[in-house]
Write a protein of this length. Structure first.
Length: 251
């Protein structure tokens, strides 16, 4: 079965354009909380001054490495990033994936050193924020501080979900549903996914064998739940996938 949708290309992926005088760009990790708290772009001019646009980081490039001194957090503007831990034998463990509008590096707040590597999976752009400066600003703006806590809590929540004893089909379904919802939040088509990560990287993240992930995706395709074209996936039947993912996602 082939996809009914077009692929998510660089042209489809929102890249920060700085909005206008009062609006933040569409993928700004802080814009939602800022506007809900009554801050427009003019009110948060100090925050905007803290932003440094960096990139592109090409596929395979390190954004930061484990043990690097923690100085900044990185809000993804376009592209995809994975975070990984390396054990004493040099084996890689994927910790998470980040798409436009999400923030990488928050888990370094306490140790003050990055506890993992962050690696671009495709050409990726960021807004880089000095954490000391944004922390100082957050003490004056409760809405900004609340958003930092929310972003950190969200990251910790997904890690704890994966620690549960869930079946392989539940884990893969949860991965697809979670990623689809995150893309939809950032303005992408709700059922169309471009998987910048490989099957083996997905498997590592889900604590499964690569063959198991491929088998589950093939099974979902054969059941008519999804369509697959290389790394492009279209969710055709979200209800059954949501039901499979329910326990993992805590619904």
């Amino acid at each position: 079965m082939t996809l009914h949708s077009h692929r998510l290309t660089d042209r489809d992926s929102p890249i920060a354009d700085d909005g206008d005088e009062v609006r933040f760009c569409s993928t700004c990790a802080f814009s939602g909380a800022s506007t809900q708290a009554g801050y427009d772009k003019a009110a948060l001019r100090d925050l905007h001054v803290l932003v440094e646009h960096v990139g592109p980081y090409q596929a395979g490039a390190h954004v930061f490495r484990r043990h690097d001194l923690f100085r900044a957090i990185y809000a993804v503007r376009g592209g995809t990033v994975k975070t990984v831990a390396i054990d004493t034998e040099g084996n890689e463990q994927v910790l998470g994936f980040y798409i436009p509008g999400e923030v990488v590096g928050l888990n370094a707040i306490y140790p003050e050193h990055y506890p993992c590597d962050a690696v671009a999976l495709e050409p990726t752009y960021f807004c880089r924020f000095s954490f000391s400066a944004i922390s100082a600003l957050a003490t004056k703006m409760p809405g900004l501080q609340q958003q930092l806590f929310r972003l950190l809590s969200k990251e910790l929540g997904m890690t704890s979900r994966l620690a549960g004893d869930h079946a392989a089909d539940e884990r893969v379904a949860a991965f697809l549903i979670d990623l689809a919802e995150r893309y939809a939040t950032q303005g992408f088509p709700a059922r169309r996914l471009h998987l910048a990560m490989s099957r083996s990287e997905i498997a590592d993240y889900l604590r499964l064998a690569a063959e198991t992930v491929s088998r589950m995706l093939t099974r979902f395709r054969d059941l008519g739940l999804i369509a697959i074209d290389g790394r492009d996936v279209e969710i055709l039947a979200p209800a059954p996938l949501n039901e499979l993912a329910r326990n993992v996602l805590g619904r």
